[in-house]
Design a protein around this ligand. Structure first.
Ligand SMILES: Nc1nc2c(ncn2[C@@H]2O[C@H](COP(=O)(O)OP(=O)(O)OP(=O)(O)O)[C@@H](O)[C@H]2O)c(=O)[nH]1
Ligand SMILES: [Mg+2]
Length: 302
């Protein structure tokens, strides 16, 4: 057996809601990144580090590929493109329920065809796709432009089916290389970032249609008190007064619910008692304003 250490960067890309973040959590066997039933949950490139004795894979979760219509979307697409630029291999996740549509063709021609790295085309959500639909899925990608080096796999990111085989396949493509991160490090992001993501995820889960997209969460302070309780104060920014009212809810019921659920999740993940205080602010049109985007953490990180 050849035990030379291997490593590499892998970009997880695909349309919003394809299951990229679910896959990253499944591979890492932990709840690292936010997952919701809504598209456009992920807004940043986030590293998730998979480590074993003789290999390290730096997975990059990315925002779903879409046609940008504001500065926020443009940031999100830059994040996805940066992930691809840094990658040694790309995993293109396609929702097997939706199948290969025109949008997949657009993604393939605009983004993937020119890649000079290997591409794994991975059909996801196979737990809810009948076996006899696989032929249609394969047919769907047969006539679209893809890099020369490509292979197809089927998985269920949610249930785990096929995920080990996918990791094995990725490992087989990696070149010899060092560990880029300490073996026990799980991500490049800070605790503060993940706290913001948990609060946003809980808001996404509880709010109706549009408001989640107008929401940015900013932790303003996070300190451990003498009694061991982690005290967190966070602001939820929305774009309009009407959204603020909905987010607060009748007699504060909505923001209280989000706060209770987020606190439970933070406590579970950090294994620590948490005191969480949330308040809602209106920051008009923040999604279109570069200064606000930077202030809220939408900054390209190295
Ligand atoms: N049935 C089933 N549902 C899945 C599977 N993978 C993901 N989902 C669901 O699909 C939805 C979207 O999952 P995410 O992981 O947030 O998708 P994403 O690609 O990261 O989406 P964005 O961050 O918006 O780009 C969630 O409701 C998941 O539970 C799967 O293998 N099977
Ligand atoms: Mg995601």
């Amino acid at each position: 057996m050849n035990n030379e250490h291997k490593s590499g960067y892998v970009a997880l890309i695909g349309r919003p809601n394809a299951g990229k973040s679910t896959l990253l959590n499944q591979i890492l066997q932990t709840k690292l990144v936010a997952v919701t039933p809504r598209p456009q949950t992920t807004r940043h490139r986030i590293f998730g580090i998979y480590d074993c004795d003789d290999a390290q894979i730096v997975f990059q979760d990315t925002p779903g590929l879409l046609q940008p219509d504001d500065a926020m979307h443009e940031f999100m697409m830059r994040e996805a493109n940066r992930a691809l630029a840094d990658a040694d291999l790309a995993v293109w996740l396609i929702d097997g329920v939706k199948g290969v549509t025109k949008r997949e063709t657009v993604i393939a021609s605009n983004i993937l065809a020119g890649l000079s790295i290997p591409l794994l085309v991975v059909f996801n959500k196979m737990d809810v796709v009948p076996l006899d639909r696989r032929e249609d899925l394969i047919k769907g990608i047969r006539n679209i432009p893809l890099p020369a080096q490509n292979e197809t796999l089927y998985i269920s990111a949610l249930k785990g089916g096929g995920v080990e085989a996918l990791v094995e396949k990725i490992l087989s493509h990696l070149n010899p290389g060092p560990k880029f991160f300490p073996p026990d490090q799980l991500s490049d992001r800070t605790q503060r970032f993940f706290v913001e993501e948990i609060i946003r995820e809980q808001a996404f889960m509880n709010l109706k249609q549009e408001i989640p997209y107008s929401l940015a969460v900013q932790v303003e302070s996070m300190k451990e008190k003498e009694n061991g309780v982690l005290s967190i104060q966070a602001a939820l920014h929305v774009e309009r007064d009407a959204q603020k009212r909905i987010l607060i809810g009748k007699k504060g019921a909505m923001i209280k619910l989000i706060g209770t659920q987020a606190r439970g999740e933070i406590e579970r993940i950090m294994q620590q008692k948490v005191f969480l205080e949330l308040w809602v602010k209106v920051s008009e049109r923040w999604r279109k304003r570069g200064d606000r985007l930077r202030e809220f953490g939408f900054i390209e990180q190295d």
